[in-house]
Design a protein around this ligand. Structure first.
Ligand code: MG
Length: 205
């Protein structure tokens, strides 16, 4: 199955505050639009992943909307509203991406990345949040101890750090959260350059 990148529409590609009808489209989000254009230049398969297309499920760029509707035994007002939303998104695609993208609300095994303002990323196989939002309260003097050596550095993005659960448990068991020994040899060892500094936090009570 060809890998594809799913990109949410409202709040991700375009500004979104509240629902203003099927045909309303917010202002483009420049950083995200440029990112998608770069992917398209690289030949990546990018699809807009949005609930707006529900219950039509998937509409490809060359699909005729009447034919899409003919797939359904019963066409409800919800189906009609989705067609209006699809047409609005396709028009937006032409204007801002110079290419109409597939629009879908269906996840299949080809999905390799999902970009969505509502998504909470968890670190694979751990249940831990990759954004560490559940952490709070930095210690005064953040540092990592590796063996007897204290390694200090500039902070790196928390989502770049993949800790083995046992390592994490070890960190959290320290009352002040500051003196932490990072062990190597775990399935997902830390691979930090000597100059790198970890942001140490304590768990919220
Ligand atoms: Mg969204």
């Amino acid at each position: 199955m060809r890998p594809w990148y799913g990109v949410d529409f409202d709040g991700t590609l375009v500004h979104y505050e509240k629902w203003q009808g099927a045909t309303h489209v917010g202002a483009p989000v420049p950083l995200m639009v440029e990112r998608v254009k770069k992917w398209l230049d690289e030949g990546k398969d990018v699809r807009i992943f949005t609930a707006r297309v529900y219950p039509l499920m998937t509409v490809m760029p060359n699909d005729n909307i009447d034919q899409v509707l003919s797939r359904f035994e019963e066409v409800t007002s919800r189906h009609v509203e989705a067609t209006q939303a699809v047409l609005a998104i396709q028009t937006w695609c032409k204007e801002h991406l110079e290419k109409v993208l597939p629009i879908t609300c269906v996840k299949d095994y080809g999905l390799v990345e999902l970009w969505d303002d509502r998504a909470i990323q968890i670190i694979k196989n751990t249940g831990l949040r990759a954004d560490l939002d559940e952490w709070a309260g930095e210690t005064d003097e953040p540092f990592i101890m590796m063996g007897a050596e204290v390694i200090q550095s500039a902070r790196i993005a928390p989502q770049k750090i993949y800790l083995h659960p046992f390592t994490l448990a070890n960190m959290l068991s320290r009352p002040d959260g500051a003196h932490v020994e990072i062990g190597y040899g775990s399935p997902d060892p830390l691979d930090l350059p000597q100059s790198t500094v970890l942001k140490m936090c304590k768990l919220k009570e």
